[in-house]
Design a protein around this ligand. Sequence first.
Ligand SMILES: [Zn+2]
Length: 104
Amino acid sequence: METVNLSAAGDDEVEFDEELCIICQEHTQDKLASTQHGCDQIRSANDVRQDAVFARLKNLSPSALFSYHVTNACYKGYTNSTKIAKLKKQKKKIKAACARSVIW
Ligand SMILES: [Zn+2]
């Protein structure tokens, strides 16, 4: 008998558990939080990072609340303003380099 794997169809579908922390997707001892402010913070950090979490968030409605761990490994690390500022700078540098090579 042939089985059809529906989850394999469409690469854009990102499987993740909304009940788990959106950042690590793991069951840990840490409590999950889900506040409007926290979600906003993660979303804005996400715009800069564009990582696996970004792909997960794409599947949620822009106003949806999601769960996350308020730990250094998850929320605090993810939204760390120093790290975000650094990433933004790096991106700007890459953009500037691209623009230069286009002019050449
Ligand atoms: Zn987590």
